[in-house]
Design a protein around this ligand. Sequence first.
Ligand code: UDP
Length: 247
Amino acid sequence: MHIAKASILGIPVAQINMEQLLTWVEKRIEERQPPAHVVTANAEIIYRAWRDQQLAHLIQQADLITADGSGVIWAGKKLNTPFPERVTGVDLTQRLLALAAEKGWQVYFLGAKPEVVEKAVLRVLSQYPNLQISGYRHGYFSKQEIDQVVSNIHMVKPHLLFVALGAPRQDYFIRENLTRMNVPVAIGVGGTFDVLAGTVSRAPKWMQKWGLEWLYRLCKEPRRFGRMLALPRFVWAVWQQSKNLQN
Ligand code: UDP
């Protein structure tokens, strides 16, 4: 399956819609292809990678990078390489859980606070009683505990691993342990478990439609302000990239 990619500040983001992505994941699982790492990339992480070569290298190695966030969608348009739609970690997780329940795939949830991941699992199970959950674990573990976390995942053999440790920690974790865990598809999903658990609510549909989800999150969690300064910096950097392309 050929997937076109748009280079956003040097990060190759897939020009793919949700349906195509679900087909891609299905193929990886059903055809038992080597373990794959999926990154859901928003403007903040792409900007960080632009400033940090080690992170850029790590993300560039991912098997698929989705356009998560209105900043990335804007950048695609600005650089004349548009994305068909936003593919966020939350939406992708929800669609994959439905597909996993239908196909009998086993899933594993790694990340978030203990009470959050537990609540997320319970709510997901009440929505999909047939879903096979091979395990879950909170995301507050030490470096010394990594081997044990990894060997547990390897032992229970999920088809799909959702890692919600926040970016870029989740992506370092997946890249460094993907082969050892041997899961067909591992995805970094940021704050998704908080949404699944209902402890954080998503922006209303109209705000999502107008690309204002970041504003909603900022109002709900003002401590994110510092992190959100990456957004105007990202816009400026993409602007420079588009000017360089024109010259
Ligand atoms: N988290 C975690 N372990 C940590 C730090 C964070 O499991 O050491 C979880 C945190 O509880 C939250 C998620 O990672 O559920 C990060 O959420 P955030 O909204 O910051 O995600 P991002 O904006 O980075 O996608």
